[in-house]
Design a protein around this ligand. Structure first.
Ligand code: C5P
Length: 410
């Protein structure tokens, strides 16, 4: 709950602005006061009237507005809140934030603020992956801003797919809640400094969902606990972390850039866009197959009672594509092998086929309780040897793996 919290929402000009209306509604439902600033671009997509009707407070649009300046002033707007949320954040606004430009109310407030700032980027996938935007993303993080998303999926305006969709309003609302629970209003968490400072670690986590039709999908029992714990441990060790997560119940690890995906194809595209990285840790339980032709309508029961015949095609192997990448292979590539039989033999095969440096093999037979549970028993295979780890909590496995990576890269 966000009872008595005050959020200043900055809406910039992108089609995702319509989702910020739902964000306002959710924040108000959880007891939060929301004040909105809209850029002129945002007003091309939604109106201040609609936003004000939902916030029930004045909507600010002008830097040189005499009435507003006498009433609150942009400096007070920048200070009188517990958090600033920029959703959607366009590539242009992010660039301005990095360079400290202040040529309209939104940028002036952002520059004058000393409270936590959460940024939810939304843009075309090509704009997102452009090195200029990626430099700005790194700069915003270095300046202590928090980022959520963007997610992978279809773009509203062009129908193109890729990374660039704004995080969903419920994800942004959850992130606001967890930041406000963990940060005091005037302190921004500094990025931890540790043995992996300056390194970029790319992690996959969770299952993938492969659609059958608009309402049904194929999934697996991965909880994402291990991959998310590794992301948190890598952040704590000072790394810049990109976590590509399938659908999980786990909260986004604070300090990591999290990209939410559904399918193996989306996961591969998000992983490829996140390169280059120093280390790749592929902990996701990626579905091996997807349905060959996905139905655009819900499949109905046959009058004769005959079940539908589904045919499958193989999904891309993300670990193998990273491990065998022609020009951007990370210095260290780590995979997992969840097996129910012939653990070592299967894991050894994966080490070679997928071009990994290490495989963390574990027995996931139902009686071990590892799938979805809180502990894990790892055998770490490299080309040279096998290391047997004792049964550890997933958090301890994560720390031990990150310590080993730091020692290897040192
Ligand atoms: O072949 P298997 O799924 O058992 O291999 C497990 C390892 O390969 C894990 O590290 C998993 O994240 C990765 N993997 C992948 N893409 C796939 C299948 C598995 O990255 N399509």
């Amino acid at each position: 709950m966000l009872t008595d919290k005050r959020v200043l929402l900055i809406i910039s000009g992108g089609i995702a602005a319509y989702k910020s209306l739902d964000l306002v509604r959710r924040l108000r439902q959880s007891g939060c006061t929301v004040t909105a600033i809209m850029t002129s671009g945002a007003q091309q997509f939604i109106t201040p009237l609609a936003v004000g009707a939902l916030t029930a407070t004045p909507v600010y649009t002008e830097l040189f507005d005499r009435e507003a300046e006498q009433d609150v002033g942009h400096i007070r707007l920048a200070r009188d809140h517990d958090m600033i949320v920029v959703a959607p954040a366009t590539a242009d606004l992010m660039a301005k934030m990095c360079h400290g430009l202040a040529d309209d109310l939104a940028t002036a407030v952002l520059l004058a603020s000393d409270i936590p700032i959460l940024v939810a980027p939304a843009m075309n996938p090509k704009m997102w992956s452009n090195p200029a935007t990626q430099r700005n993303v790194a700069c915003l993080k270095e300046d202590g801003k928090f980022l959520i998303g963007p997610n992978s999926g279809e773009m509203a305006e062009s129908g193109e797919s890729g990374v660039g969709r704004m995080a969903e309003p419920f994800e942004i609302a959850d992130a606001i809640e967890s930041h406000l629970a963990e940060t005091t209003p005037t302190v921004v968490d500094p990025l931890p400094v540790g043995p992996l400072s300056g390194r970029h670690i790319l992690i996959t986590s969770g299952p993938t969902h492969e659609p059958i039709d608009p309402v049904r999908y194929i999934a697996n029992r991965s909880s994402g606990k291990q991959g998310h714990a590794i992301a948190a441990a890598a952040v704590a060790a000072g790394a810049r972390v990109t976590l590509i997560s399938g659908p999980v119940e786990q909260p986004d690890p604070i300090g990591a850039s999290v990209i939410h995906v559904q399918t193996a194809a989306e996961m591969l595209s998000a992983v490829s866009s996140a390169l280059p990285a120093d280390v790749a840790i592929m902990a996701a339980a990626v579905a091996d197959w997807r349905v060959a032709s996905q139905d655009s309508n819900k499949i109905k029961k046959d009058a004769n009672g005959a079940p539908p015949a589904l045919s499958f095609v193989e999904n891309p192997d993300i670990l193998a594509s990273i491990g065998n990448h022609p020009d951007q292979r990370p210095a260290l590539v780590v995979g997992f092998a969840a097996e129910t039989q012939n653990l070592l033999e299967n894991a050894r095969g994966k080490l070679q086929r997928k071009g990994a440096d290490w495989i963390l093999a574990n027995d996931v037979s139902p009686e071990t309780g590892i799938m979805g549970g809180d502990t894990n028993t790892i055998r770490l295979l490299s080309a040279e040897k096998v290391e047997d780890w004792p049964s550890l909590s997933k958090d301890d496995v994560a720390r031990r793996l990150i310590d080993k990576i730091a020692a290897t890269l040192a």
